[in-house]
Each structure stands twice: as structure tokens, then as C-alpha cells.
Design a protein. Structure first.
Length: 400
């Protein structure tokens, strides 16, 4: 596949208003196919949801804001932290398990635009963030493997099996947007920008630890090799500043919960009450063993799914041309974090959704296909399948 030279999407050499506007216009025009393709597949998913809901007599759009974690975020936006639920088994669920950026934005929108409540604000933020995420994913893919691969990467992310969450008032799109643009900033040596974006991601989801690791490992590798390669001093200073900024969002919330609860490990204890603890994959192994005990074919199916996942990860690691270090570290870490926790098994595919580089081998393969109709057919089929699965899950008992 002929390489398409990437156009810088976030830097204007002239900061005068006219120049900045022209730069943004060029960038949006360059990213337009990715953005339009992404919008098309997500509208397909929403159309399937609305159609299925009307047939079954359910409110499909309400499911995007009125179920599961969305309700917790809205309650925080409206009343602040401090809500707890005691389950029949005695387990305590605290809203301190949820990071603050999304509810803060929901509250801000509802204050600035009074007709908009927290639920509507959350949905608007999620949808706008999904567009920013699609552009960021395109920017990363296009820089590495060309414009066509970037377009397909963004579109494939929109047909991910649990992509219906991208249309919900959840944090996945907001986090992925911050993560994708942080990775792009690292790839273009904008280390301070990467650190600021990573700090924002750290206020959004705990999996920001993967992004912090990606920035830290990349900077360490660059600084170590700089002694031989003569990395400019200014760049090294910016790397250090970016690395120092990156964990501040995540750490600040952990410290906030610790101070509020008077316990340095309070956040982790609260997560444990939600059955979200790091156990090295023990809970996952037990779940797979239980499936074998109930139905051998179900157990074999799970093993096949994990084998496929590991094959995809290995394909990313050995892909040629190689994926850059920050991208591969981020991707692998998101997958690892999603697998070594003790949380609900059905949520794991959703937890892996921010690992968009997993889709790079498929995007590059489709971009290099001689017949473009093949890429269109694959995207169409997967969009319909993803939409059907999303409607089934949202209109069922869940959770995602």
C-alpha cells in the first residue's frame, strides 16, 4: 500500500486567528472521511436500536442515559459525592468509585444551559467526545500507516462489538478521545500537551494507568537513548515535564478519596466493595472453569475467544512497519488491566474498547486490499452485527 504522508492535525505554525482557522479547516478536511464514516456506522447502530425498541415497545433512547453507570454519573453531577447503596448481602457500593471529569462536565453543561439536565448533558458530551475520539484515532492511524488506514481504523472502532456504549452517557468516548490525542501528541513530540491530556484522562477512568505507563516508558526509552543519539536538551526537558504532568489527574482523585475517607487506600477498598480488585486474573480463570463445568462448548468458546484476543495482541506487537512504542505499550496495558481485575466478566469487552490499536492490523489489511468493495462489505456487515448486538444488550438485562 502506498504510504500517505500525514498532515499535522494539531499544530499551526502561525498563531494568528486567520492562520489557525485555515489550519483547522485543512485538518478537518483531511479527517473528513474518517469522521463521516464513523458517524455513518454509529447512526446505523442507533437506527437499529430505535427500530428494535419500537417493535418491542421499549424506550430505546432512554436506555442510553437511564441505565447502569450513567445513573451514577448523573447523581454525582446533580448532588456531588456521598451517595451509597447497601446491597442485601451487606456489600456497600459508594459513588466514590466513579472518577469526576464526566459528572463535572455534565453539571457544567446543565448550569450553562438550564433546559439541559445532567442526563442530556452526559449524552451530548459522550457524542461530541466520540467525534473527537474518532478524529484522534484517525490521526494516530494516519500518521503511522497512511490516510486510508487511519480512516478504516476510526470506522472499525465505531463497529467494535460493544460500540453501542459510544452512544451512551458513559466515559469511554471521553477517555478514548483524551488517550488518542495524547498518543498523537507523543508521536509528534508534543510532550507537555500529552501530559495535560493524560492528566485529563486520569480524571476520567482508572485505566488511565495504561496511558501514564505508555508516556513514561516512551520518555524513559527516549531519554536513555538520547545520551547516544543527541536528543535536543529542550525536547528532553519537555519530556520530563510531560511525564510529571501525566499522572496528576489519576493521583489527585486517589488522594481526594483518601483524604475524604481518612484512609490512604480508600479508593482501592471502595473498588473492592464493587468487586473490582486486581487479582492477577484469578477471577477470570475461575469463571472460565465454571463455564467448562456447566457446558464444555461454552468453555471452549471462551478459550477460543481469548486465543483470538492474544493472537490480535501478538499481531500488533509484530506488525510491520512496527507500531510505535507508546501505542503498543498503551494497547497492551489496557488489555492486561482489563483481564487481571475481578470485575464482572461481561464488562471486559467494554473495558478493552479504548485499546483501539488492536484494530490496526485489520485496518491496514483492509486499506491494502486491491478491491475497495471488500473494505465496504466488511464495515457494512460488522456495523449491522454491532448494531444488532447493541440493541439486544441495551434492551435486555445487561450490563454492558
Amino acid at each position: 500500500m502506498p504510504e500517505t504522508k500525514a498532515v499535522p492535525l494539531s499544530r499551526a505554525t502561525d498563531l494568528r486567528p486567520g492562520s489557525v482557522c485555515r489550519s483547522l479547516t485543512v485538518s478537518l478536511r483531511y479527517a473528513a472521511p474518517a469522521l463521516l464514516g464513523y458517524i455513518a456506522v454509529r447512526l446505523t447502530g442507533l437506527a437499529i436500536l430505535v427500530l428494535t425498541a419500537s417493535v418491542t415497545g421499549k424506550d430505546g433512547m432512554h436506555r442510553l442515559t437511564g441505565r447502569w453507570d450513567s445513573v451514577w454519573y448523573q447523581r454525582i453531577a446533580e448532588h456531588g459525592y456521598g451517595y451509597e447503596v447497601r446491597l442485601p448481602d451487606g456489600t456497600l457500593h459508594s459513588d466514590l468509585a466513579f472518577f469526576p471529569l464526566l459528572p463535572a462536565l455534565e453539571r457544567g453543561l446543565s448550569v450553562l444551559f438550564p433546559p439541559l439536565d445532567a442526563a442530556g448533558g452526559g449524552l451530548l458530551i459522550s457524542w461530541l467526545a466520540s467525534l473527537a475520539a474518532a478524529c484522534g484515532i484517525f490521526a494516530v492511524g494516519a500518521r503511522m500507516y497512511g490516510r486510508r488506514a487511519g480512516v478504516l481504523l476510526a470506522v472499525l472502532w465505531g463497529v467494535y462489538p460493544t460500540a453501542f456504549v459510544q452512544s451512551m452517557a458513559y466515559t469511554e468516548t471521553l477517555f478514548t478521545a483524551l488517550a488518542a490525542w495524547a498518543l498523537y501528541a507523543v508521536l509528534t513530540d508534543r510532550w507537555i500537551t500529552a501530559g495535560v491530556l493524560c492528566a485529563g484522562a486520569g480524571l476520567t477512568r482508572p485505566v488511565a494507568a495504561a496511558l501514564i505507563a505508555a508516556i513514561g516508558v516512551t520518555a524513559m526509552w527516549r531519554l536513555v537513548t538520547a545520551w547516544r543519539g543527541g536528543e535536543p536538551l529542550r525536547t528532553r526537558r519537555r519530556m520530563v515535564v510531560g511525564v510529571c504532568l501525566a499522572p496528576l489527574g489519576w493521583l489527585s482523585y486517589i488522594v481526594f478519596v483518601a483524604v475524604r475517607e481518612g484512609n490512604p487506600f480508600a479508593y482501592f477498598d471502595i473498588q473492592a466493595d464493587w468487586n473490582n480488585r486486581i487479582d492477577g486474573g484469578v477471577a477470570l480463570a475461575v469463571f472460565v472453569a465454571e463455564q467448562f463445568g456447566r457446558n464444555v462448548f461454552a468453555g471452549l468458546g471462551l478459550c477460543a475467544a481469548f486465543a483470538f484476543l492474544f493472537w490480535v495482541v501478538w499481531s500488533c506487537v509484530r506488525q510491520r512497519p512496527r507500531q510505535p512504542l507508546p501505542v503498543i505499550v498503551y494497547c497492551v496495558m489496557v488489555v492486561v488491566i482489563s483481564l487481571i481485575g475481578s470485575g464482572y466478566f461481561g464488562s471486559r469487552p467494554r473495558l478493552m474498547m479504548p485499546a483501539f490499536p488492536l484494530l490496526l492490523p485489520a485496518a491496514v489489511a483492509l486499506a491494502g486490499a486491491r478491491r475497495r468493495a471488500l473494505a465496504a462489505a466488511v464495515v457494512s456487515v460488522t456495523a449491522l452485527a454491532s448494531g444488532a448486538y447493541g440493541a439486544f444488550t441495551l434492551l435486555g438485562s445487561g450490563p454492558p
